[in-house]
Design a protein around this ligand. Sequence first.
Ligand SMILES: Cc1cc2nc3c(=O)[nH]c(=O)nc-3n(C[C@H](O)[C@H](O)[C@H](O)COP(=O)(O)O)c2cc1C
Length: 364
Amino acid sequence: MIRAFDAVSLPLLRWLDPEDAHRLAIQGLKLWPPVKPRPDDSKLAVRAFGLNFSNPVGIAAGFDKNAEAPDALLRLGFGFVEVGTVTPKPQAGNPRPRLFRLERDEAVINRMGFNNEGAEVVLRRLAARAQYGGIVGVNVGANKDSDDRVADYVKLIETFAPLASYFTVNVSSPNTPGLRNLQQAAALDDLLARVIDARERVRAAAGDTPVLLKIAPDLSLGELDDVVHIARSRRVDGMIVANTTLSRSPTLRERTKMNEQGGLSGRPLFRLSTRMVAETFVRAEGAFPLIGVGGIDSGGAALTKIRAGATLVQLYSALVYKGLGLVESIKADLASTLLRTDRDSLAEIVGADAPMITAEEWPV
Ligand SMILES: Cc1cc2nc3c(=O)[nH]c(=O)nc-3n(C[C@H](O)[C@H](O)[C@H](O)COP(=O)(O)O)c2cc1C
């Protein structure tokens, strides 16, 4: 059903301006939510951060920034949905055009700039759907014009704690000037201390909401040492690796569009972000699980990410090129790999290739 829909809709959507196509996809999901999918193969179940995921494939932040269609996305077969990035106040983002398809590279460049309807609207939507359950994480960020960015994160943690399955502290978007500086040691330590403190303050009323840190794939290994050390000492519940990259591989084929400003995602991000997953995995030493994201466009790519160290995975850009049916085909591939290799769960292979990848035998 979804595959037939993809066959018709993909060529049409790709013909439209990318942002109009995205808007149409969200509207379509809202108006015609998919029928409930088959239950997931029990071997795909994952337990992480105290949550039970029926499968490890999530939709990454940025697709449903305003929590308009989390239930439709869960029905498509995603094991979890991350809404946001949400900022305290509504924000228009950068002027259009700000989203570009690099067709021949199966990549996307975006400089959206945290366009979102703001905490109040998103909170109302999440409250209205809370009865339906499912794992819906909230990705939080600071307003561009904020005088106190850390206070923005704290406010959002306090506001969304009763409704978020987990939080993602996003300090890695390249499209809000200066935001990535929050990944520097002293700033990150202060931010995480205050975020974790806020989570503890609302714990009695809202429960123990996991807090994850989402990082850029462009950190040096020295910077990554500091980030993981601080994440461990502040006892975050996990990390998401990674956001979009500012780098531009010389192998990109869309020579004009590759020079658009913004973060690059999709297939060309796969190797860089997978290496970062492995580098983070060896530094975390099992202290917390990782969500691997960047360039996943097949079951094989998801498996590579898991073998690099990801307990869960997320994707976004590949939906533009492969369609919404991709999630079911990734899950089918993962289940058949487990069957073929006679394994009971994906947990058995998390990080199996991390030593090989970090030993420089794996060119980016
Ligand atoms: C159009 C677009 C908007 C995005 N917006 C956000 C965002 O608001 N917050 C965030 O943490 N990541 C955002 N991302 C990054 C994705 O969540 C993901 O980390 C990145 O795209 C790599 O995954 P992919 O290669 O599967 O797309 C965005 C990505 C795209 C393509």
